[in-house]
Design a protein around this ligand. Structure first.
Ligand SMILES: [Zn+2]
Length: 692
């Protein structure tokens, strides 16, 4: 049907405008033969973003997928995009047909028109900023902590909210008043850039940011597809069809819960701009993971919780020296792939002389959650986290259960630690029980600008000379391998620099081993080397660590060089939680009842061993449970997702079996729930600080 030529609403309310105000409408007919209308623009904007998202998601490196799951994912994604586009269109339409005429009627067609035109935009920007500052501050906290300081988070959040509210307002203004082909082209390019940026910037855990960027892109695109005139009346049947049909078609994507597999898939990928918020909305209404079988659980593992005496006969010589090193963020496969391992001479040589556990997991994917588990024997949700008065971050200053160095200290074993980070000092509670401690400060520098490992090594070497007569326990944590891979060289990919940084720490280890040999101490020294967690380089669409509980972030090297014991590789699944009980056992001490791990001494001796403890990992976002039959369950209580992998057949965690009957997902979910229900810490007024 031909478009009516009389002035539309937009023009008629601008009665005092010069007559050429309606010219653009005429001029741009050539672009789109039929006026597109606001609903048509919404449809095109939704379609463009859905296609762009699908392309970008397909392009995400190493994002595993199965065709049917991915197809349903895109379908839901597209429907949600259409839904939000429709919502924006409805906002524009009601502004234009209801709000603006009403304000103009009251204000009169005088100088106050300016106010009438701009007030809604100002209100929109302020409202959005107020509404979104809180969730954005949460989003930005970790980012701000890494980049500047945690105090910067609210400012970053506000800046982001203003920028996005501004972009939304710009989109609406463009739509309403200033539409020109050149501007529309620029806006379209801007929207596409924002959308692509959404896939590549701020990987993971920034749902508010992704949502805002998505809405911004949508809004500006909507303006780009602005028709020459607004639709009014019933002259365009297809417009009416879109206006009423779109929300009906989109509704299921907002209200129907997808399968657990699909939900996990959607939330794993940042490109699903709206999926996360929609999920939150839905879960706000229905707050539970389906298919829980609360009574099915009892095999969560050991939990006799009695002190465990050391085994006899002892393995170590009289007056032993123990040197324990943890190296930040070293993935296990770095030492297992021959092509990579040969770059690390000292680590490889030590591994050849050690009992190496090639199936070891960290109890968390972040330094603090992992090392606190190693030293206290308790998982994240079993510890008492409080804001430390000195720094304001969550630490374990008031958490009482003993750390294993405290047990050694009481037994008269000298305990000494050196650290490049402040929170490994006794008073922060992650570690405790060190007679001597030294933080090698790098004053005035950001968190990631820690002092170099060579300084740690210098300190450690002099401690070896002082306390080499034993019995002594010396510990150091190397941070050089943490992002930004300081000492890893300035050139090459992130992974290349990461390897370079491991090489740097490898040279430090070489210095330590040489000194022990020179001093004739090697035959009296137990050397333990482990990493606190792994590091991701694009696997599961993630980078660095502390973001997921997949194997690239949890599987770590763990080796014990025990004088007099033959080197071997042990493939039994073990945890760094077993490290404390093992060291206590080796040093002839009783392991306190609260330690969740189990001594690995039988395996060190080459004997078989039955595990009665559970094997799990926990972060401030997720929980993972390793089952004896090789399955691994990952639950995210924030996103309400669950994933189940058969590690034996699918070690890279590609195929989520949570909805497959043979995986017995519901039963396992119930076991996990039961475990945490039973073993989590309970104190009046205390809430486990899972990340919001
Ligand atoms: Zn770490």
């Amino acid at each position: 049907m031909q478009a009516p030529d009389q002035p539309n609403v937009a023009v008629s309310v601008r009665a005092s405008s010069p007559p050429q105000a309606s010219l653009p409408a005429q001029r741009h007919r050539f672009l789109l033969k039929t006026p597109l209308g606001i609903w048509g623009a919404a449809f095109l904007a939704g379609l463009t973003l859905a296609l762009l998202n699908a392309l970008a998601i397909g392009w995400v490196p190493a994002a595993p997928f199965e065709t049917d799951v991915r197809f349903r994912h895109h379908l839901i994604d597209a429907a949600q995009q259409f839904g939000f586009a429709w919502f924006l269109a409805a906002a524009v339409a009601s502004y234009h047909w209801v709000l603006k005429p009403a304000v103009l009627r009251r204000a009169g067609y005088t100088t106050k028109r300016w106010l009438a035109a701009w007030l809604p935009f100002v209100a929109l920007a302020s409202g959005l900023t107020a509404l979104l500052s809180a969730p954005l501050t949460d989003d930005f906290r970790e980012f701000a902590h890494r980049q500047v300081s945690v105090n910067a988070a609210p400012y970053l959040a506000r800046a982001m909210a203003y920028a996005c509210a501004g972009a939304l307002a710009l989109g609406l203004v463009l739509f309403n008043r200033w539409w020109r082909p050149g501007l529309a082209l620029a806006a379209g390019v801007f929207a596409l850039a924002v959308s692509v940026g959404n896939h590549t910037l701020l990987k993971h855990n920034y749902p508010g940011v992704h949502f805002l960027l998505g809405l911004t892109a949508l809004s500006v695109l909507l303006a780009t597809f602005k028709p020459c005139r607004f639709w009014r009346g019933s002259s365009y049947r297809w417009q009416r069809t879109l206006a009423f049909g779109l929300p009906l078609v989109c509704l299921p994507a907002f209200v129907a819960a997808p399968s657990l597999t699909l939900q996990a898939e959607q939330l794993k990928i940042d490109g699903s701009v709206v999926a996360r918020r929609v999920t939150e909305l839905r879960d706000w209404v229905r707050r539970s993971i389906p298919a829980e079988v609360a009574s099915a659980a009892n095999s969560a593992g050991n939990t006799q919780r009695t002190p465990v005496p050391s085994s006899h006969p002892g393995l170590l010589p009289e007056r032993p020296l123990v040197v324990m090193l943890t190296i930040d963020a070293v993935r296990a496969d770095v030492l297992e792939k021959p092509a990579l391992a040969r770059r690390f001479e000292a680590l490889s040589e030590l591994k050849r002389q050690s009992i190496y556990f090639d199936n070891a997991r960290a109890p968390g994917s972040q330094t603090v959650t992992s090392l606190s588990g190693v030293f206290s024997g308790l998982y994240f949700s079993q510890q008492y986290w409080t804001r430390h008065p000195e720094v304001g971050h969550l630490f374990l200053g008031d958490d009482r259960p003993s750390r294993f160095p405290e047990v050694l200290q009481q037994a008269g074993i000298k305990t000494v630690t050196f650290s490049a980070t402040y929170f490994l000092l006794n008073r922060f509670g992650i570690v405790r029980g060190f007679d001597e401690e030294r933080f090698l400060d790098n004053p005035g520098q950001a968190f990631t600008d820690y002092s170099p490992g060579s300084q740690l090594t210098d300190q450690l070497l002099s401690a070896i000379e002082r306390y080499g007569h034993g019995p002594a326990f010396l510990y150091a944590h190397y941070l050089d391998t943490h992002f930004p891979y300081k000492h890893g060289g300035k050139r090459g990919s992130a992974f290349e620099r990461y390897l370079g940084a491991i090489g740097y720490v490898d040279r430090q280890l070489g210095r330590i081993l040489r000194r022990l040999e020179q001093l004739g101490l090697l035959e009296r020294t137990l050397i333990v080397v482990a990493s606190d967690h792994g590091e991701a380089f694009g696997e599961h669409n993630s980078q660095f660590h502390a973001t997921t509980l997949y194997e690239e972030q949890l599987r770590v090297p763990l080796m014990f060089r025990v004088p007099g014991l033959a080197a071997r590789v042990v493939d039994a699944p073990v945890s760094l939680m077993d490290l404390g009980p093992t060291l206590l056992d080796l040093l002839g001490q009783t392991t306190p009842a609260h330690f969740m791990g189990q001594s690995l001494v039988p395996l060190l001796r080459g004997k078989p061993m039955t595990f009665t403890r559970p094997l799990l990992a926990e972060g401030r976002l997720k929980k993972a449970f390793y089952y004896p039959d090789g399955y691994k369950l990952i639950v995210d209580d924030k996103d309400h997702t669950a994933e189940l992998y058969d590690l034996e057949h699918d070690p890279r965690e590609f195929k989520n079996l949570i909805d497959e009957p043979e995986g017995r997902g519901a039963e396992r979910l119930a076991q996990l729930r039961q475990f945490f229900e039973e073993y989590q810490i309970r104190r009046p007024g205390y809430e486990i600080p899972y990340r919001q």
